[in-house]
Design a protein around this ligand. Structure first.
Ligand code: SIN
Length: 326
């Protein structure tokens, strides 16, 4: 493989393409990077099969598409030497957050449709997820095309959506309020206001940019209107027509445009005693801009980039110091 050109095979009508012809353990030619970017912009999520790369190679690959962020705004146990890597590891989730009611497993920290880290004023531009130890049955991830969802609305509803703004807030509602993690999340709020329709900075396309994990309510409308309109928008973004579903094998990689997609972690593993380990990296995002030029605003928290968030840094340094002393 020369790593100069890629081959592309779309996998669904609105979203998703499989890319072959490149070996991600080796440096990519600039032309291949350009072709991957163009394919990503068109198909919103791209898949690479059978790429057995390590953390360093994943970070290097991610860095070809922008600034690699710190793992996650609330990640206070970063992997030594790889602060950019977020483990998606069910055993780790279980250790941190406990089992679900009834003693069942916990595959992910949340199992609802979402776009990554939209509580931040600059949600990641893209996310890259690498499978290392995935189960032989179940555990698929799904993605939806938020541009197709927007375009599928009727003209009057599109016109209304174009004018709306929504609050996005990092919440740990899936955990008991007295868990240590939920308390830390509550003590370090991350809240932003985004346009409901964002204009993609590279394609100019409009995307329906709300999701049931982070969006709390619409601004400037009544609570009932907010609830009903969000229900309408969530129905729209999760219509099966706009989605694709990926069956993972170890070594597979998914790369999504986080400005134009939402995704859903698996829902079919919590009752099974199986491992599931993937690693995620994210690319620093820009501040979303609405149809009328409105730029997203910080309510609480800070810009999400490669720096360790201030609130976390102190805690991580303290934990390291305690290790040295003991
Ligand atoms: C994620 O939400 O980034 C991970 C999705 C998955 O676990 O499949």
């Amino acid at each position: 493989m020369s790593n100069k050109h890629i081959e592309v095979k779309p996998v669904a009508g609105y979203i998703g393409a499989e890319i072959s012809g490149v070996d991600l353990s080796k440096p990519l030619h600039d032309e291949a990077v350009h072709e991957i970017r163009q394919t990503l912009l068109k198909w919103k999520v791209v898949f690479f099969r059978n790429q057995h790369i390590d953390h360093a190679a994943q970070i290097a690959f991610t860095g070809r598409f922008g600034e690699v962020t710190y793992a996650h705004p609330h990640e206070d146990e970063p992997i030594e030497g790889y602060a950019e890597i977020l483990p998606i590891d069910r055993r780790r989730f279980e250790r941190r957050y406990g089992l679900r009611q009834g003693g069942l497993g916990r595959t992910n920290y949340n199992n609802f449709w979402h776009t990554d880290v939209t509580a931040a004023v600059n949600p990641p531009a893209g996310s890259i997820l690498r499978a290392v130890n995935v189960p032989s049955i179940g555990g698929d991830t799904q993605w939806t095309n938020l541009v197709a969802a927007y375009e599928g609305l009727s003209a009057p509803v599109r016109a209304l959506a174009d004018t709306l703004k929504a609050e996005h807030r990092f919440q740990a509602g899936y955990l008991s309020a007295n868990s240590a993690y939920a308390q830390r999340v509550a003590a370090n709020p991350i809240v932003s206001v985004h346009p409901v329709v964002r204009v993609h900075p590279e394609t100019g396309e409009r995307a329906l940019f709300v999701n049931p994990v982070f969006t709390t309510h619409l601004l400037d409308v009544s609570p009932k209107e907010s609830q009903l309109l969000l229900e309408l928008f969530y129905n729209q973004i999760t219509r099966p027509a706009y989605t694709t579903r990926f069956r993972w094998n170890n070594g597979d990689i998914a790369f999504w445009d986080n400005r134009a997609t939402a995704h859903l972690a698996p829902q079919d593993l919590d009752h099974l005693d199986v491992e599931r380990v993937l690693y995620r990296t994210t690319i620093k995002g820009d501040v979303p801009v609405g149809v009328d030029g409105f730029r997203s605003q910080v309510v609480e928290g800070e810009v999400f980039g490669s720096d360790v968030p201030t609130a976390l840094k102190q805690r991580i340094d303290q934990a390291k110091a305690e290790l040295v002393v003991s």
